[in-house]
Write a new protein. Structure first.
Length: 348
């Protein structure tokens, strides 16, 4: 079910490293170097004038942006196609999934520019409003090479992080499509203990984890906001980001839970009706003892299945997934808290 590839994957596949290093290392080597050049150049040019916290936070941002090509490739070529392959076990018409997989692979590969354009413009607006922070760290205006190296970091980072946010949109649309156009088939005896729905929990939490690594940019954002017009927005932005991370997992999993609830109600009603029919048949039918025993055994089997449907957990949350979700939510909070402690120590 491998569909169309986003430009990041196509560029990496066309490069010289694919056959030698593997897909993810190739992504780092092919497209991970621009932020290294930007960050390294600023450090060489202004390392003695810039604050240590500015340099450290800039390096963290560079690490994130450098890793994004590999993360984008992982989502587009492994996580999303793998979801459709696994989802075949929880829908009643799995033969329709390949066409849907191709459609959403194309959506991810071609429509990323909508989110990316808006996000990149927002980041460049932040860059334009950060003159005071740059001056505080020895970086001048348009005549300073360090200024343009940072501009390149913002531009490249906007292009790639925008694709990351686009992945959240695609995951949500995929799960929504799955719950509106397909009947979800639940198995109360599935070994994952969530009726087979863990496939949705896994793509949701992995997408959430991919977005949560953006917390590495928070210290740099805080550095740029200190003493400037953007300062009042930093805390609000972190809070919104935390809510967004949580929602990126909770909304898709709630969609599948709601759909599975509908399936469970239908199955429970069917089993109840069958149990009542057989019970009435035994009471009015003068069948032999052998037939009576067979019917009673069938009633017992249906009652066990009825109870299993009622008792099974339909929310695709396991202990491991919950731990990862908590970590994803706490990462930006902890990162921002550490940054505040640094600033408090410096001011004090």
């Amino acid at each position: 079910m491998r569909g169309e590839r986003i430009w990041v994957s196509r560029v990496v596949a066309a490069g010289p490293f694919e056959d030698r290093t593997g897909p993810f290392a190739a992504a780092l080597l092919t497209l991970g170097w621009p932020p290294v050049v930007s960050v390294g150049g600023v450090a060489l040019l202004r390392g003695t004038e810039a604050r240590p916290t500015f340099l450290l936070s800039m390096v963290l941002t560079g690490v994130l942006v450098g890793a994004l090509p590999a993360l984008i490739r992982y989502y587009g070529e492994y996580l999303l196609p793998g979801f459709f392959e696994s989802a075949a076990a929880i829908v009643t018409e799995p033969e329709r999934l390949p066409g849907l997989a191709e459609r959403y692979a194309e959506l991810f590969a071609r429509r990323y520019w909508v989110v990316t354009a808006v996000w990149t413009l927002l980041l460049l607006s932040v860059f334009a409003g950060s003159g005071a922070a740059f001056a505080r760290n020895g970086i001048g205006g348009a005549t300073d090479p360090a200024y343009w190296l940072l501009f390149a970091l913002f531009l490249w980072g906007g292009l790639l992080t925008g694709i990351g946010f686009h992945g959240i949109v695609v995951t949500t649309l995929v799960v929504r499509k799955l719950t509106t156009d397909f009947e979800i088939d639940i198995d109360p005896y599935h070994p994952d203990r969530v009726a087979g729905l863990s496939v949705v929990g896994h793509i949701a939490i992995r997408t959430t984890l991919l977005v949560s690594v953006g917390a590495l940019m928070i210290p740099f954002a805080a550095e740029l906001a200190i003493g400037g017009a953007l300062e009042a927005l930093v805390g609000t932005a972190v809070a919104v980001y935390v809510v967004f991370i949580a929602a990126s997992f909770l909304y898709p999993t709630w969609l599948i839970y709601r759909s599975a609830q509908t399936t469970r109600r239908a199955r429970v009603n069917e089993l109840r009706a069958e149990i009542e029919r057989l019970t009435e048949a035994v009471s009015v039918d003068g069948s032999s003892d052998v037939d009576d025993v067979a019917v009673q055994l069938e009633i017992s089997r249906l009652q066990r299945r009825h109870r299993a449907y009622l008792e099974t957990n339909l929310y695709p949350m396991s202990t491991g997934i919950f731990t990862q979700l908590v970590g994803s939510v706490l990462l930006p909070v902890v990162t921002f808290g550490i940054q505040l402690l640094f600033e408090t120590d410096l001011v004090g």
